[in-house]
Design a protein around this ligand. Sequence first.
Ligand code: SF4
Ligand code: SF4
Length: 440
Amino acid sequence: MGLKTFKGGVHPYDGKDLSKSKPVTDYLPKGDLVFPLSQHIGAPATPIVAVGDSVLRGQKIAEASGFVSAAIFSSVSGTVKAIEPRRTTTGDMVNSIIIENDGAFTEVTYDSCEDVSSLSKEQIIERIKEAGVVGMGGAGFPTHVKLSPKEPEKIEYIIANGAECEPYLTSDYRNMMDEAELLIGGMNIVLSMFPNAKGIIGIEDNKPDCIERLTKMCASEPRIDVQPLMTKYPQGGERQLIHAVTGRDINSKMLPADAGCIVDNVETLISIYRGVKLGRPVITHNFTVTGDAVVEPQNFRICVGTNFAELLEAAGGLKASGAKKMIAGGPMMGFALFDLNVPITKTTSALICMTEDEASLYEPSACINCGRCVEACPEQLIPSRLADFAEHGQKDEFEKWYGLECIECGSCTYGCPARRHLAQSIKTMKKLVLADKRKK
Ligand code: SF4
Ligand code: SF4
């Protein structure tokens, strides 16, 4: 297959060489673990343990509290120390279960399934729900909901998102290299629920070894193909990936299922396999600690709930020069961190520590009407105009010019020679407009 892509986008320095060849190391935490009850889209989970209870690794500690919600499991054995609000990577205080780690990692016995092909669709969905699987590429949408579209017979594509287009991140690269069997196993489980669908694994062409490995392995998989994608940010955006793979377009009022697609990140598919086949819930995932300020950039398999500061120490800590910027997630869409005493959730994939904060080096200046932001926008918006509307509080104009279609990718800000904070202004305005809509 040839290279496919979407219109617009940018080519930031990818920084992946810092960590991509580092093998994944299991990191077993030493300190307390913090499990926010909201680490997915939808209703927060409801605690089913109380302070003082003993828990095992793999034990459910919070139940999904509705259809669009997800269960949470302890990744260590120990004692419930508190249930109280704790700060998360977004800066919000979120009610969380805190577990004092006994260091023994005593684990429950999982209810594995000998013959997945004997399971009904409903049983597969239930096992995915019971494993607490959510979109692990960052969105955190409960996977059992995504896999329950209204018209399953109309699903034609199950797309595995292996683009990993955010600079510096290598956790999915390692997943595709190290856990390819589980990825294909997860894809086959999903395909078994959608008889009219084919599976496509979309991978940017800056990961030729992943493309080669998975293409070879899929040669004996009649329903799965590997699709190389042009390396361009945000190739892994859901709408951009669907367009690249199928030529179909969706907007903010549509679901991928409306275009006959379901998109799952590669680690989500691996988690589906673990949940359905092995009965193992989401308690670990791949995580990259990287950046030019880190002594030993590397990839870890972390326990959900691990403290960012503790993991940074495991990577040798910061160089003597220190870090001017620390980010949870990728540099384009991640969250700047001011305090590393926050937990890693199911959906956080990286900690990046940089010796420079480029954004703070330049003051924004007036727009020079160069049009670069328009060229960069993958949604074909006019970011300069939307940012003007946002800065002047013109909500109606903002909506009329399709501001709600912004996917908050940051491509416009990246290329702006005037260093305008375009994406930030547009994102803030989007929140205000959506909040107004909810009130109506
Ligand atoms: S306007 Fe939104 S979608 Fe377009 S480039 Fe900027 S952040 Fe991305
Ligand atoms: S990239 Fe910046 S300077 Fe150029 S048109 Fe857009 S907002 Fe104006």
